[in-house]
Design a protein around this ligand. Structure first.
Ligand code: FHN
Length: 434
C-alpha cells in the first residue's frame, strides 16, 4: 500500500454536496468488503499453460481471448458450487465489516447475476445456472450488512459498441461502433436491473470512466437515485481527478488503487486495498496481507479521515482462500476489543504517520495506534490544544490507566504530552492508547 510519499493521488475537490444524511451510515461504518469475482477466476491467472502477469481480472484483455472462447471454455465451466452466501456475509461481518461491494459486472462484460438484458450472464451461460447476487442480497439482509454493486459502466469487452481506450478490438472493428448504443442497450438497463431487483442497494460503485462524457454520468446517477433514493455513488463515475460541472453527482471520493490518500481536508474518501497482489483470484497470488498489516492499513486510513474497502477474490468454486479468511477473522477479533479507534472515528491533524504509528480521533479523545513499540517505552506528542484529563490503554479487560506528564510550551497555548506506555504491547496486532 502506498502512503503519502507516492504521487498519484486523486485531486482534492471541494464541492457542496447535500448528502450528510445519506452518508451518515457510511461515515460510521469505516470498513467494508470489496469482492472481485467473475469468469476470469476460472482461468485464475493462467492461459494456455502460461502464467499471465498482472491483475487476474484483466486476463481476457491481456491475452485478447475471443469472446466466444471466453464464453464457451471459461463461463461454460464456471460452477461455483461451494459459494455459500450466508457464510460469505458472516465472513465479512465477523471481520468487523459493515458493507459489501461485489462486482456485478466487471470489464469483461459478464453479468454475475440473472440479467434479462444480456444472456452473457451467470444464469444463462454457466453450468451453475443460479444468481449468486440474489443469494448475497438475501444474506446481507439477514445479517444486516449493507450491499453495493460494482458495475463497469464504461469498459465492456463483450459489447461491440463499448468503445474507449480499453476496447475489445480483437473481436470487433471499432469503425462502426457507437458508444451511445452500448450505453442504452447494456450499461443503463443493467444498472437499472441491479437497482430494482435486489432490494435495498446502498452503493453504486462504478469504475474506470475513461473519458466518459458527463451527460452519461449524469443520466446514470439520476436513474440510480430515482430507483434507490439513499444510494451512495463513488467518484469513479467520472475519471479520477475530473474537475468540472457535475462533480456533485458522486457522494465520496475513491482513491487510487492500493493508495492511502494523504489529505485530511478531503472530506469523504475511501481507500481500496487488496489482500493479495490481485483483485481477482489467481492461482499464484499467495502474497497474503496478514491480520496485522490489515489492521495497520485500516487505522492508517481512518487516521486520515477515510473508509477502507478491503478486497477479496473468491476462486472458481466460490471460496475465499482459507488463509485470508483466517486473517480476516483475526482482524474481527481485534475490532471486537479495540473497534472504538475505528468505527465513527475521524482523522486528526496528527495523522501523518509517526515513527510508532497513527492517531485517530473522536470528540474529546485521541487514539494512539502503536504499530512499533518506541525505544524508551514512551510517546511524546506535541501540539495538543487541550489539557489532557486521562491516558489509558485499551485492553481486553477494560481501561488500563497509564502515567503521563504534560506541560504548556512557554508563551503558547500548545500542550506537550509524554505518555509512559505499558511494559509491552497490549495487542500483537496493534495497541491502542486513548
Ligand atoms: O481495472 C480495474 C481493476 O480491475 C479493479 O477493478 C480496480 C479496483 O479499483 N479498478 C480498476 C482499476 O482502477
Amino acid at each position: 500500500v502506498q502512503t503519502e510519499a507516492a504521487g498519484n493521488a486523486a485531486t482534492v475537490h471541494h464541492v457542496e454536496r447535500d448528502n450528510d444524511e445519506r452518508l451518515a451510515w457510511w461515515r460510521e461504518a469505516k470498513f467494508g468488503l470489496f469482492v472481485h469475482w467473475g469468469v476470469y477466476v476460472v482461468l485464475a491467472g493462467e492461459y494456455q499453460g502460461e502464467t499471465v502477469p498482472g491483475i487476474g481480472e484483466w486476463i481476457q484483455y491481456k491475452k485478447q481471448i475471443p469472446k466466444q472462447e471466453y464464453l464457451k471454455d471459461y463461463a461454460g465451466k464456471f460452477n461455483p458450487t461451494e459459494f455459500n452466501a450466508n457464510a460469505f456475509v458472516r465472513m465479512a461481518r465477523d471481520a468487523g465489516m459493515k458493507f459489501i461491494v461485489i462486482t456485478a459486472k466487471h470489464h469483461d462484460g459478464f453479468a454475475m447475476y440473472d440479467s434479462a438484458v444480456s444472456a452473457y450472464n451467470m444464469v444463462d451461460a454457466t453450468p451453475y445456472g443460479k444468481d449468486p447476487l440474489k443469494a448475497l442480497a438475501k444474506a446481507c439482509k439477514k445479517y444486516d450488512i449493507r450491499l453495493g454493486f460494482y458495475y463497469s459502466h464504461r469498459i465492456d469487452w463483450e459489447h461491440p459498441d463499448a468503445i474507449c481506450d480499453r476496447y475489445n478490438d480483437w473481436d470487433y472493428n471499432p469503425t462502426n461502433a457507437v458508444f451511445d448504443r452500448y450505453w442504452k442497450e447494456k450499461s443503463m438497463p443493467q444498472v437499472k436491473e441491479l437497482l430494482s431487483q435486489y432490494g435495498d442497494v446502498s452503493l453504486l460503485w462504478v469504475d474506470m470512466a475513461r473519458g466518459l462524457d458527463i451527460k452519461y454520468a449524469r443520466e446514470m446517477a439520476e436513474m440510480a437515485r430515482s430507483l434507490q433514493p439513499d444510494i451512495l455513488i463513488n467518484s469513479r463515475i467520472m475519471d479520477e481527478g475530473y474537475e468540472g460541472p457535475g462533480m456533485e453527482l458522486w457522494d465520496y471520493e475513491t482513491s487510487s488503487d492500493n493508495y492511502i490518500h494523504p489529505q485530511l481536508d478531503m472530506k469523504d474518501w475511501e481507500a481500496i486495498v487488496t489482500t493479495t497482489d490481485s483483485w481477482g483470484h489467481k492461482k499464484v497470488d499467495t502474497n497474503f496481507r496478514s491480520a496485522k498489516q490489515i489492521v495497520q492499513v485500516l487505522v492508517s486510513v481512518v487516521s486520515k479521515g477515510g473508509n477502507l474497502l478491503l478486497n477479496v477474490g473468491p476462486d472458481a468454486t466460490g471460496v475465499v482462500d482459507p488463509a485470508i479468511q483466517q486473517h480476516l477473522k483475526n482482524v474481527g477479533v481485534w475490532l471486537d476489543h479495540y473497534g472504538e479507534t475505528v468505527y465513527s472515528a475521524k482523522g486528526t491533524p496528527f495523522s501523518r504517520t509517526h515513527d510508532w504509528g497513527v492517531i485517530t480521533r473522536k470528540p474529546g479523545i485521541l487514539y494512539l495506534n502503536v504499530f512499533e513499540w518506541p525505544a524508551g517505552g514512551f510517546i511524546d506528542l506535541s501540539g495538543l490544544q487541550n489539557k489532557v484529563k486521562s491516558v489509558y490503554a485499551l485492553t481486553e479487560e477494560g481501561k488500563l490507566p497509564l502515567s503521563y506528564k504534560q506541560k504548556v510550551i512557554k508563551n503558547t497555548s500548545v500542550h506537550h504530552l509524554n505518555v509512559m506506555l505499558p511494559d509491552r504491547p497490549v495487542s500483537v496486532l496493534n495497541t491502542v492508547i486513548a
